[in-house]
Design a protein around this ligand. Structure first.
Ligand SMILES: *[C@@H]1O[C@H](CO)[C@@H](O)[C@H](O)[C@H]1NC(C)=O
Ligand SMILES: *[C@@H]1O[C@H](CO)[C@@H](O)[C@H](O)[C@H]1NC(C)=O
Length: 240
């Protein structure tokens, strides 16, 4: 039960309402889903390495889109049409952050995330910073787990305009900076790939990975926590 409470808590209502009408799947796609890259070849290549800019919302959605596509086969035994893919929660939550303006520069000193530059994901946004650990790192862990069918050095993410040392950009960099998070996500994918994987255990692996991503990032970005969320998140994390 703690899991469910926490899940709802972390999604902060954005998703829970939609889940009740999951049958109406077409309504449920995150914003810009259709327009976002759906395969790695949609991204630029440099020396055989795909280069992804996660500070552009559509490029980041594309990361989720590819991840959902490449993991679909492992969830097919639970439901048709990738409906039970546990990773759907991530792009839906990120979509909510985007449509609610949470990825914009909170200081409003730049246009990042506002009308004239609405796809920009601001490194000054606490939401965007936390989401990095629930998008880029899970994606790189999937690459490292062989889920994408490319080698681990074939993906690189671009750094933000500042605070570059607070993130990691490729598989080896993420292993050295955030080894525990990478490990938990890899555990999830490795279990997912087993023919004997079951839904409940998948949920547990996912939750472990999700929690460590949040714990680490909440702590690391304490300096930009929007005040009203502090208590709620602290509560979420203690619940598990
Ligand atoms: C691509 O590889 C060549 C040869 O190894 C190297 O000189 C060049 O700097 C590389 N370019 C980039 C963008 O990494
Ligand atoms: C994954 O993407 C490929 C290429 O775009 C597409 O042909 C395939 O149907 C997709 N698979 C799923 C399960 O969405």
């Amino acid at each position: 039960m703690a899991f469910l409470t926490c899940w709802a808590c972390v999604l902060v209502g954005g998703l829970s309402a939609s889940l009740t009408r999951a049958s109406d799947l077409s309504d449920l796609y995150p914003p810009l889903w259709k327009e976002s890259p759906g395969q790695l070849s949609d991204y630029p290549v440099e020396n055989g390495t795909y280069i992804i800019n996660p500070w552009v919302f559509s490029e980041k959605m594309g990361v989720y889109k590819i991840l959902l596509n490449k993991t679909a086969t492992y969830f097919a035994k639970f439901a048709p049409e990738n409906e039970q893919n546990l990773l759907w929660g991530l792009p839906l939550q990120h979509g909510w952050q985007y449509t609610s303006g949470r990825l914009a520069d909170p200081s409003q000193r730049t246009d990042c995330g506002y009308e004239s530059d609405h796809l920009c994901v601001s490194v000054d946004s606490w939401w965007a910073d936390l989401n990095y650990f629930l998008s880029v790192i899970p994606f790189l862990a999937a690459v490292d787990s062989g889920v994408l069918g490319i080698s681990s050095d074939q993906i690189r993410f671009l750094p933000p305009p500042k605070d570059q040392t607070r993130f990691c950009y490729d598989v080896s960099g993420c292993h050295s900076s955030f080894s525990e998070i990478m490990k938990k996500w890899i555990d999830f994918y490795q279990y997912m790939k087993l023919p004997t994987s079951n839904f409940d255990d998948l949920l547990k692996y996912l939750w472990d990975a999700h929690t460590i991503s949040l714990k680490t990032s909440v702590k690391s970005f304490e300096d930009r926590t929007p005040f009203c969320w502090v208590a709620l998140l602290a509560k979420c994390i203690n619940l598990q």
